[in-house]
Design a protein around this ligand. Structure first.
Ligand code: FE2
Length: 327
């Protein structure tokens, strides 16, 4: 069957108004939604105001859910909000106030897991008058726009993702040994290919801290260049939430980020489920191998770079083909 989909962007994203996710999908409807996800990367379902139980049931049609436990909600529901369990707006005293800032950075859900998720389904519950949009970037279009040299360079590239790398971008540091063990990086290929459309995409996120075989500084420069490329306006769609919206996206083809709103005054509550992936995208780091969280040493010598002494396997010299812009 074909779905009635209205594109929301020249490259990706579609709006669907004639499917009710609160009811079980017929087999052909489910197949059509999955193929539409392959093609569009983001689907906006209107008028879906639903209970958590309906949200979980709708999500399970697409696979097993990432297990999460939020008090007062069924397993599988993650509450994304700026209020505490008593409904009070979070202040800077609350760890979650700071954790929420991580969603403001461009990211892909769950890339810090060795088997990362496929879809996320995010439902609006309370929307702030000060907007709080969600912005998406379409990675197949970003990949297509790379030059041939860069496409060849990234084709078999493997990178390391961790929640700690994301928090480091926000300025947090001094993680405990336990936190470092708990958030040991997961490895993923940087280029994924959709099996239905056969389009390649960049599997990017600000969870990325390093490229396997590269130094940290060179990794960061390269990944930051890719992030800047992939989030150019032409590849981005900004979703203005309406009551009843449920937005579903393919984490293997998109990045996203939350946009600012008056979080000290307005309440914003959305509920999310995330669908488990089936297999890792790359071989994982050797068990017990030290993690190069950051470069040690100082920039005091000109002929060497002290501190790039973190144990790395297969370290290669990319200086000949990696250009650092001087302006
Ligand atoms: Fe997210």
């Amino acid at each position: 069957m074909s779905l009635n989909i209205t594109p929301v962007h020249p490259h990706f994203g579609g709006e669907i108004i004639d499917i009710d996710l609160r009811k079980p999908l017929e087999a052909d409807e489910l197949e059509a939604v999955c193929r539409a996800m392959d093609r569009y990367g983001v689907l906006v379902f209107r008028n879906q105001a639903m209970t958590d139980e309906e949200h979980v049931a709708a999500s399970r049609q697409f696979g097993d859910l990432i297990e999460t436990k939020t008090a007062g909600h069924p397993e599988g529901i993650t509450v994304i909000s700026n209020v505490d369990e008593h409904g009070q707006i979070l202040t800077r005293d609350a760890p979650r106030y700071w954790q929420n800032l991580g969603a403001r950075l461009w990211h892909t859900d769950g890339t810090f897991r060795t088997t990362s998720p496929t879809y996320s389904l995010l439902a609006a519950h309370v929307l702030p008058p000060s907007r709080g949009q969600t912005e998406f970037a379409f990675m197949p279009a970003a990949y297509d726009a790379l030059d041939a040299t860069t496409k060849a360079l990234v084709e078999d590239m493997v990178v390391e993702h961790s929640l700690l790398y994301l928090w480091m971008r926000l300025g947090f540091g001094h993680f405990t040994a336990q936190q470092q063990r708990d958030h040991s990086p997961a490895r993923h290929r940087l280029v994924l290919q959709n099996t239905f459309t056969e389009r390649r995409s960049l599997y990017l996120s600000m969870h990325i801290g390093s490229i396997v075989g590269w130094t940290l500084p060179e990794s960061r420069c390269f990944i930051d260049d890719l992030l800047a490329h992939a989030t150019q306006t032409e590849f981005c769609y900004t979703h203005d939430w309406r009551p009843g919206d449920l937005v579903m996206w393919d984490n293997r083809q998109t990045m996203h980020r939350g946009r600012p709103y008056a979080n000290a005054q307005d309440v914003r509550i959305l509920h999310r489920t995330t669908i488990k992936g089936s297999a890792p995208t790359a071989a994982q780091r050797p068990a017990g191998a030290p993690v190069p969280w950051q470069v040690s040493g100082v920039l005091s010598r000109t002929n060497s770079f002290p501190g790039i002494d973190s144990p790395r396997e297969e370290m290669t010299d990319h200086s000949a083909r990696f250009c650092i812009a001087s302006t």
